[in-house]
Ligand binder design. Structure first.
Ligand code: CA
Length: 228
């Protein structure tokens, strides 16, 4: 588990250049996020389907559809944590955002540090949810309590280690995991088979999932899960 750690893809939806630049550079340099900055809600909705996004920072006032509409659309098919940026400290805005399923809000003007702290708190909450959760990436769904994996709704038969390995990838979407780290997280010790064991299990997992691209090899580093 990454716990409250940061890193991975964060979607920032903000049309204001100064705020966008400030937030992007702070979160990338201070917290190691890969920030995907978009200026419209339409782009955000399209991009969320293409990347394994871990968190969304969403401005309410946008040039096309507004942040409320984006939040409603994202929530229709995603549980990704959403932090809304409100222009003023207005109660109705906050309530509306939270009712639509946003996890928190930050009122402008805010310091990037304040936003970063809020993001960490949300991740801490989100990632300490009931372990009976459903983990999803693209067409892949894993139900931990039922030990059940489906791809596009069809059941996939995995061994216990393949299941644990897939769960580990789904818990770290878009993050490169080294063979050593995977060995430690999934096998829980220095396994006598060494890192070769990881390669063999990844190969089996790719074959069973029917999409070799879902777990990408990062040369010299390890593997990462990408939303197919
Ligand atoms: Ca705006």
């Amino acid at each position: 588990m990454t716990g409250a750690g940061t890193g991975g893809v964060l979607l920032l939806v903000e049309d204001d250049d100064a705020i966008g630049r400030l937030v992007k550079s702070y979160l990338e340099q201070q917290d190691g996020w890969n920030v995907l900055w978009l200026r419209t809600g339409e782009e955000a909705i399209a991009e969320l389907r293409r990347h394994p996004v871990r968190l969304v920072v969403l401005d309410i006032g946008l040039p096309g559809i507004d942040g409320f509409e984006v939040c409603r659309t994202l929530r229709a098919h995603s549980k990704v944590p959403i932090v809304m940026l409100t222009a003023r400290d207005e109660e109705p805005d906050r309530v509306a955002g939270l009712e639509l399923g946003a996890d928190d809000y930050v009122s402008k003007p805010f310091s990037p540090r304040e936003l970063a702290a809020r993001i960490k708190a949300i991740l801490r909450r989100a990632e300490h949810r009931d372990p009976a959760e459903v983990l999803v990436s693209g067409p892949i769904e894993l139900r931990r309590d039922e030990h059940d994996v489906t791809v596009d709704g069809s059941a996939v038969d995995l061994t216990s280690k393949e299941f644990d390995l897939l769960a580990c990838f789904l818990e770290h979407p878009g993050i490169v995991l080294s063979r050593e780290r995977l060995l430690d997280l999934v096998w829980g010790m220095t396994y006598p088979g060494g890192t070769r064991t990881v390669d063999v299990h990844v190969a089996q997992l790719r074959r069973k999932l029917g999409n070799p691209e879902s777990i990408r090899t990062v040369r010299g580093s390890g593997y990462k899960l990408v939303a197919a």
